[in-house]
Design a protein around this ligand. Sequence first.
Ligand code: ADP
Length: 764
Amino acid sequence: MFGFQTPVIVIGGTGVVYAMLLMLSLRRRGLQTWLHGLFFLYLLLGVAWALGKSLTIMRGLIPEVPFYGGLVATNLVVVLAVLLAVLTLLFFDRAGAQWTALGGAVWVALTWLASGSNAGGIQDGLQESLRLSSPAEAANIVRVAGWVGFTGGALVLAVWDYVRIQRPLHRNRILYWLGAVLLIGAGEGLTTVPGETMAQVGAFVRMLGILVMGYAMLSYYLPSVRNVVRQAASATLITLVTAGLFLASFLLLQSLLQSLPAGYVLVGAAIMSILLSLVIQPVRRAAADLMGRFLFGEGYDPARALRDYGAVITNILDLDMLVTMAIGIISEVLEIRRGALLLMTEREDGRIEVRIIPGMGEVSVKTAEFDPNSPILSHLNRTGQPVSQYEIDILPEFRASPPWERAWLEELNMELYVPIRRQSLMVGILALGGKAGEAPYSDQDLDVLSTLAGQTAVALQNARLVSDLKALNADITELNDELTRANRRLEKLDEAKTNFIQIASHELRTPLTQVRGYADIMADVVQAGVPSPAQMAQVSQGISRATVRLEEIISAMLDVSQIDVESLSLNRTSLAMTSVMRIALDGCRDALQQRKQTLTLEGIEGLPPIQGDLQRLCQAFGNIVGNCIKYTPDGGRITINGRHFQEAGAGGTPTTYLEITIADTGIGIDAEERELIFEKFYRVGSPDLHSTGSTKFKGAGPGLGLPITRGVIKAHGGRVWVESPGHDEVNFPGSTFHVVLPATPPAPPAGVIAASAVASALAA
Ligand code: ADP
């Protein structure tokens, strides 16, 4: 038969290596993901390719071997290039792998057609359109274009991600892939060069690429390429220095041997050896030190770092200070530029609140709530060991964590998370950014950080206790203030109630006294003879005025009592605000004239209609305007303004609101009175300053007007409040009452309808 040829052994050998890698990948990861499945296919096709290539070479040597092997091998290169592009997309977690695969399938079909037996005249067509000399050349162009396109695409993607991504461990992983794609590309390129030697070299280089690729895919912890290169450089340089030293002593000894008498040769050699052995160690150490410093930067003494850290940290009780100092020291030792403390608090519902206290560098991320079963938190809590962002991104065990959690950590932009545990419970996490010069954290760094985190735990707990105490203290002070305010309010209300008896008796007695007065006059007149019609008219008018006033007061008291039990019944119709205002102001015209005050209305006409009770709304606005007249000096101004706006209502649907403001140029109201004046029987100032509902300046009534107004507006689903710079009877700062009403009031709850029905039944 035929003898074994070196190219066949080499190329066939790569096929065997692929087959072995295939077994290994199947054992290590199986067909877990698309990436692993496709890699399996890629290796399988690699074996086929090596077989085809070997067959081609053999065919050159032994013509009986069938030719299909060659064609398969040449066209398989395009399939492999497509797979490489898809694998690269999957490896970098990029979208579009399926589209690339589809495009690749189309191209592969085209390649096969172009290189087949002129199926459908494709070869001829291509040959003609590209003006080529033979159909084979056309097939070749399609093939090479496909290969260059897909391999180049994979390469560009890897380079792009390497430039884009900043994290050192991720970049290291990309570097492996980039190296693999470069080796595979170069290898496949070389195999197309004519000549068996190039084919062998190419196949070998390709195999190296596939091995690197397999390594990157099958193992998550990839040694740092930078460190490997640096270590190799350092070892080479140290070896060179040692060899130089040996060479120098050898040459020196040689020249000594020539000049020394024969008897001293041994002595000379012995002295030389002793000198060499004395010098060699320090020189090697110095060279290693120099190289270490030059290539890896200054090292640090872990014991010293721990001692310094402990001494500073243990006595700090302020949380922010503790974080600043802890991160500060760590950043100095490890040369990092960012760092924060993630403070964990278990909430009542079992979720974990993670608050960020920045130590160094800007952190814009907000407090988050983590699930206690979050894979990341439980891993940190369980192992107590640092976890890198790289591991969170790559390791399958963290893949189960929700996307928002990963996005939150991504935004935090840290490199390493070191759990701080106290009695096997995680109280916080030291989050640290990347080291200077993109150096990855070494094993020593991780050990030191774990120990530092352990030291931080006690200090952190103390600081938290102090901070909790401070917060509690602030809460108590706040509560105390609140109590004092409530107390003052209660005192004022109590005072108002006491005043009420005084006011009510006075308010009721004044008209009663008038009635009695008129009755006495009548009696006197009757005793003196027959009263004249004029006298009769005067007396009856007086009695009637007094009883009207009595009626007003009693009906106001009744209104207030209805409002108290929230059973004010409304008779709703569609109302124009202009009518409400006209009727409300009708009752004020005389008073305005007496007090020589001007009243202007703006923007009322353009308001949309409102569903409301005409009588009640007129009463509400009448009360406000009446007060403005009373508490504004003669000649003052009252301005009424209207506007409308839309706002999302209860169900999120937009609701139209009307806002009416009534501003006066009166005595104003102090800040602490602004809410109280809406309480019943509350009045500013002394109860002696009452008057029987007169319109004269500061003529206070029983303190029921504004409570009724608020009750009516509330029953319409609206709000009323007052704004004023303060009470001042010299400068008259004025007050502005705001009334906001929904155009369509919300339907009252069933209970209120029932209550109002009962109330109206009782009233009837
Ligand atoms: P009253 O019957 O005393 O007017 P209200 O309930 O109508 O009762 O008003 C309560 C208190 O609010 C009044 O006694 C007055 O001190 C204050 N007040 C009401 N409106 C004004 C205003 N426009 N300017 C200044 N103070 C006002």
